[in-house]
Design a protein around this ligand. Structure first.
Ligand SMILES: CC(C)=CCC/C(C)=C/CC/C(C)=C/COP(=O)(O)O
Length: 302
């Protein structure tokens, strides 16, 4: 005996099904296909609606009702679609119609990743507020935030560039300046395109921000940390312990973004990837010693 809920769903579906000549009341609604063909009227109607609503001029209300079907149900219907005479119209569907009802593996994987991301980021956001479980570590996290901020890095690089007395130093610092500007530009561009909101538990009390910084993907601190640390490791001669410290700093800055509740884990992970890739771009477009010298002299003349 179908429950009232199923009957309520079935009524509009039955109307749509009536336009399909292939779905006779006696057509085989096997349990696997119709979700309970053994006397369950709701199951048969559901199956009919799949055929009827795909016919030209099908009732859009049926399409709406069809949307929440489980992916498993939809997947299961395809191998059977061309099996019997009652399924013939389904076999004749255009390719895009089939895609619509058959969510890709990638889609499911992305949704699952997103759900894990949100759950994990909330769990790790232990410094998101003063009253959070690790709230007392918040000032330290904010210090790390400033250490990876754009302003100290830009001002520091400019200062060193103006104070530098060797052409080799000026060359490296000019390239670092371009790297930092490229990073700001790319991050702003992606943030503006993706427009992913920061986690709900984030307090918007960040040190100087740009308008796009209301968005969280990717983390600008993570891109900068990855870019700058790779840059330093490649262009400064440092003892091993210092090199380890640079790498640690980059990871801690990234991780502190999630702990502060500023970002989800994927924002930071992608930020690291982007920052690492940005260094490759900078390295490829490296301003030659001659060009760096010309630029520096031109700029100093103004
Ligand atoms: C030259 C110029 C446009 C400088 C702007 C420097 C500036 C205000 C950068 C913003 C840095 C920032 C707050 C990035 C956001 O980092 P997330 O890790 O929260 O994405």
């Amino acid at each position: 005996m179908p429950s009232p809920r199923r009957n309520a769903d079935a009524r509009p579906l039955a109307a749509a099904a009536s336009s399909s000549s292939s779905s006779s009341p006696g057509s085989p609604g096997s349990p696997a296909r119709g979700g309970g063909g053994g006397g369950g009227g709701g199951g048969r109607f559901e199956f009919q609606s799949l055929l009827g609503s795909r016919a030209p001029g099908a009732d859009p209300a049926c399409a709406r009702l069809r949307a929440p079907e489980s992916p498993v149900h939809r997947r299961g219907s395809f191998p059977l679609a061309g099996a019997g005479p009652s399924q013939a119209p389904a076999a004749a569907l255009p390719e895009e119609g089939r895609m619509d009802l058959n969510p890709s593996f990638l889609g499911i994987a992305l949704r699952s990743l997103l759900a894990i991301d949100l759950w994990l980021s909330k769990k790790l956001g232990v410094c998101a507020g003063e009253r959070s479980s690790w709230g007392s570590a918040r000032p330290l996290m904010k210090l790390l935030e400033i250490s990876g901020h754009g302003i100290p890095w830009l001002l520091g690089t400019l200062y060193c560039l103006l104070r530098s007395d060797s052409w080799a130093g000026r060359e490296v610092l000019t390239n670092l300046l371009f790297a930092l500007l490229l990073d700001l530009l790319l991050v702003a561009l992606i943030k503006g395109l993706v427009r992913r909101r920061r986690p709900a538990h984030n307090q918007m009390d960040m040190f100087v921000t740009l308008s796009v910084d209301k968005y969280s993907f990717p983390s600008g601190h993570a891109t900068r940390a990855a870019l700058v640390s790779r840059f330093i490791l490649n262009h400064l001669v440092l003892a091993i312990p210092l090199r380890v410290l640079v790498v640690l700093w980059a990871f801690i800055v990234g991780f502190s973004r999630v702990m502060l509740g500023r970002h989800n884990v994927t924002d930071v992970a992608f930020g690291f990837f982007l920052g690492y890739a940005q260094y490759s771009i900078v390295d490829y477009c490296w301003l030659s010693p001659h060009n760096a010298r010309v630029l520096f002299l031109l700029w100093n003349q103004q």
